[in-house]
Write a protein that binds this ligand. Structure first.
Ligand SMILES: Nc1ncnc2c1ncn2[C@@H]1O[C@H](COP(=O)(O)OP(=O)(O)OP(=O)(O)O)[C@@H](O)[C@H]1O
Ligand SMILES: [Mg+2]
Length: 341
């Protein structure tokens, strides 16, 4: 490792990739989407990465494709992942010497298998990272929110990402219990999309459905109806439709209930002393999915615990990974964390 080479905390998410410098500066926060050209040799060459590539989802010209190199927090296609990470590293290192074997700590789902971890390290190192370490994402997120994972006190976190929702209880540098639910924010979008089609006979694209989900807001606890533009299922013509946030919430409900179940399962597996800590400290929620209107209240009602929303739910995993660069004890404690059920 060169003295001046970059030191990075990385969160390679299914939906978003965030890179944070050791000093806490966010260097990059972009959708994990890449636009590629499909060459005759079968090779995929990256043309655009991030927000600009995402804009082309559902409107990609012939000969090009948008790919999401990470699924449920793990690498699915090594070649795309390498290409993506390579562009990301290039964007966050401006000076040539920073690019010389940068060091990185990257988040990995607590439930990832040994092979999945290996694939991620391989992708990172082949993409130009000089030395890559992994840290469980729930632990990184907790650190990013100011929790000390080495403390002799149990903490419980729920990370609601795009692809997975992970619930983890940590204490004294170890994982007490974890459970993950393979549906999260993106499934909420899909449920809303399906609801509009089935109940209102309206077809909208994925980006529109996500935008509607993000716009679901109550103002002074009064639901604010949303006007949705789409195409009529029967006539094929454009049409407007008002959507009541309460009905939208109902459509999304099964995903939220799945997350509540994962939380209940982890609580069930905890020893009473640890449950006591969590009753006092509450549950910390982060990840973009935790921003869903009414999410925090719904969890509190279902569990009877207080639920705190992270201040920076979309960047705290990368921030925590960056902080771990300066805390080798934390890194060592969670480095070999065995996959949890
Ligand atoms: N204001 C909002 N309300 C509801 N959902 C939101 C909001 N903002 C973002 N999201 C959702 O959060 C999800 C992305 O969250 P995040 O960036 O934490 O995921 P990720 O880390 O990339 O995914 P994963 O952790 O599963 O690999 C998307 O499904 C997005 O639609
Ligand atoms: Mg995530």
């Amino acid at each position: 490792m060169g003295l001046l080479s970059a030191e990075l905390g990385i969160d390679l998410g299914t939906a978003n990739t965030v890179v944070c410098r050791r000093d806490g500066t966010i260097l990059l926060n972009e959708p994990s989407v890449m636009l590629v050209t499909l060459g005759a040799d079968g090779n995929r060459r990256p043309i655009l990465v991030g927000r600009q590539a995402r804009e082309l989802t559902g409107r990609t010209p012939v000969g090009m494709a948008t790919v999401r190199p990470i699924r449920d927090g793990v690498v699915t296609d090594l070649q795309s992942a390498k290409g993506f990470i390579n562009v990301v590293i290039h964007q966050v290192t401006r000076r040539p010497w920073e690019r010389f074997r940068p060091r990185a700590i990257c988040g990995v789902p607590a439930g990832a298998t040994g092979l999945e971890r290996q694939a991620l390290v391989e992708a990172l190192e082949e993409a130009g990272i000089g030395h890559a370490d992994l840290i469980p994402e729930p632990v990184a997120g907790a650190i990013g929110c100011g929790i000390d994972p080495l403390e002799a006190r149990a903490h419980m976190v729920v990370d609601v990402g795009g692809g997975t929702a992970e619930v983890t209880a940590i204490c004294f540098g170890g994982i007490l219990a974890a459970s993950s639910c393979r549906v999260a924010g993106d499934e909420m979008t899909a449920a809303l999309n399906q609801y509009l089609r089935q109940e209102h006979h309206l077809i909208v694209g994925e980006l529109t459905a996500e935008d509607i989900k993000i716009r679901l807001r109550k103002v002074d606890s009064v639901p604010n109806p949303i006007v949705v533009e789409g195409r009529d299922v029967f006539t094929g013509k454009p049409r407007m439709q008002t959507l009541d946030p309460d009905e939208a919430a109902l459509a999304i409900r099964p995903t939220v209930d799945g997350i509540v179940e994962a939380l209940a399962e982890v609580l069930d597996r905890l020893p009473p002393q640890a449950v006591g800590d969590i009753m006092q400290g509450g549950v910390l929620a982060f990840g973009g999915g935790s921003l869903l209107e009414g999410f925090q209240r719904h969890l509190e009602d279902a569990l009877g615990f207080s639920v705190t929303l992270a201040e920076r739910p979309l960047t705290c995993v990368a921030e925590g990974a960056a902080k771990a660069l300066s805390t080798p004890r934390v890194l060592a404690a969670f480095k070999g964390a065995p996959p949890q059920a």
